[in-house]
Design a protein around this ligand. Structure first.
Ligand code: IMP
Length: 190
């Protein structure tokens, strides 16, 4: 499916590819400053954080004063099933392969809404006794938090809407949109 063929279901573009790229570049600079000269294990949370994780580690690698080495790994969680509403139940579908004990770790999430997914991940990973665990979130929706979860790096604040694109899906569609978008209401009633 070509990204343009999604056109009729898009209400509006919220962040353009350029705005997202600028936010990811800024996140990379902030992270590089905090991890300069030290090895860093980056854990991307699939599937949503696929693009941000890839763009972030490439951004980090381009900076002269960033981490001394980057270990990249992924885990897969499911919190929404196929709906636009959070069930509040987080399932770990695939764990990391990296052993993070004693390492500096950065977990990269696509979006935080009620906070339960990130809280689950932080508790899971902190239980493995890393030397440090920081959280990076590309899109923050701070309106409906159910838990107070610490976020070290925030890219962009999204409106209080269900959003898609740049990795984020609705029913496994729209992830490949290069921008962040709001869907037309009829899409949810289909
Ligand atoms: P939370 O547990 O409510 O904070 O939601 C976190 C997870 O729900 C994210 O990693 C996404 O996978 C998904 N999610 C939350 N809001 C949205 C959205 O607006 N669009 C698509 N997925 C979302």
């Amino acid at each position: 499916m070509n990204a343009d063929s999604y056109g009729p279901s898009i209400e509006r573009t919220l962040f353009s590819p350029g705005e997202i790229a600028a936010a990811v570049a800024r996140l990379a600079r902030e992270i590089a400053r905090d991890c300069a000269g030290q090895p860093l294990t980056v854990l991307g949370v699939l599937k949503g954080a696929l693009y941000v994780t890839a763009d972030l580690v490439r951004g980090l690698s381009r900076l002269p004063d960033g981490p001394s080495a980057i270990e990249l790994d992924f885990l897969v969680v499911s919190s929404y099933g196929n709906s636009a509403r959070s069930s509040g139940e987080v399932r770990l579908l695939k764990d990391t392969e990296a052993n993070i004990t004693g390492k500096k770790v950065l977990v990269v999430e696509d979006i935080v809404d009620n906070g339960l997914t990130l809280q689950y991940l932080q508790s899971l990973l902190n239980g493995r006794r890393p030397a440090g665990l920081r959280s990076c979130v590309l899109f923050d929706k701070p309106y409906n938090r159910r838990v107070d979860v610490p976020i070290d790096y925030v890219g962009l604040v999204a409106p209080d809407e269900f959003v898609v694109g740049y990795g984020l899906d609705y029913g496994e569609s729209y992830r490949n949109l290069p921008y962040l978008a709001q869907l037309r209401p009829w899409v949810f009633s289909k």
